[in-house]
Ligand binder design. Structure first.
Ligand code: SAM
Length: 258
């Protein structure tokens, strides 16, 4: 997957749709803090990191961590172009966050936890978060993925994507962690309307890494069938519409002192 993210890094932000809802929700949860040290883990090319910093302004310092050097290079260019300086890019793994213990008010991760070793990431998050610090995990659940336009119409898409979690699986991962407790779960629904050309462009560019699990000929054949399925289901090919769903977990770090 490293090479996939390296290859796609120059185009990544343009290929994916960025939703403001989760960023506003997180910013609202942090609004009472006078200064915020936060980290975006698996930040990619920075589309959510930038929105977060823009919303919280100068009172926040964001550590943008990703294992992929291409993604971080593009994040750096993007932040520079937008005159953002209150951030530090960090190339590292999600289970090895090179920051001090008890140093962060908030950690967030968008569309990335299914790439991590989850239990190791949680353990490391609990270490770097302050007592009462918050962890926000924004993801597509397995069942939500099945209801996307890709899950419904692209052959084998849901079966090939077996890295995503169900909510119960996430809940039991948190039960295993002594410090991290889920305080709330919020579901988002985003109404999408795209022309068919945009969908084909996204798939051809592998905007979801799931497409990397197809052999070349299998992908070609599946894309052809996807277009046929869309033609059979929609009349207006300039306005293919569907709803994407996502889940945001809000987690609190409670460290026990004896
Ligand atoms: C699907 S992309 C999401 C990027 C970004 N959060 C967004 O929503 O645009 C997943 C990102 O996680 C990064 N990643 C994957 N495994 C990682 C790991 N073990 N540690 C740190 N980053 C990782 C990838 O390099 C990639 O940039």
């Amino acid at each position: 997957m490293y090479d996939h993210f390296l290859q796609i890094s120059p185009h990544y932000r343009g290929l994916r749709t960025t939703d403001l809802g989760p960023v506003l929700f997180i910013a609202n949860k942090l609004q009472n803090l006078s200064s915020i040290h936060a980290a975006d883990i698996g930040c990619g090319a920075g589309r959510y990191s930038l929105k977060f910093v823009q919303h919280l302004g100068e009172k926040c310092h964001l550590f943008c961590l990703d294992s992929n050097k291409g993604m971080l290079n593009h994040l750096h260019k993007y932040f520079t172009k937008n005159n953002i300086r209150n951030y530090t890019p960090i190339r590292s793994d999600s289970h090895k966050i090179p920051l001090q213990t008890d140093s962060l008010d908030c950690i967030m991760s968008f569309n990335a936890i299914h790439h991590f070793s989850l239990q190791d990431f949680l353990k490391e998050s609990s270490r770097v978060l302050k007592n009462n610090g918050k962890l926000f995990i924004y993801t597509r659940l397995k069942e939500q993925n099945e209801r996307t336009i890709w899950g419904k119409h692209f052959p084998c898409f849901s079966q090939k994507e077996n890295r995503l979690y169900e909510l119960d699986e996430l809940k039991s991962a948190f039960e295993k962690d002594p410090n991290l407790n889920i305080s709330s779960v919020k579901f988002f629904e985003h109404h999408r309307v795209y022309p068919i050309e945009k969908l084909v462009e996204q798939a051809k560019n592998h905007h979801y890494s799931t497409f990397k699990f197809y052999k070349k000929y299998e992908f070609r054949e599946s894309l052809h069938r996807f277009v046929q399925n869309i033609l059979n289901h929609y009349d207006d090919l300039d306005r293919i519409s569907w709803k994407d769903q996502n889940t945001l977990l809000v987690i609190e770090n409670k460290q026990w002192s004896y």
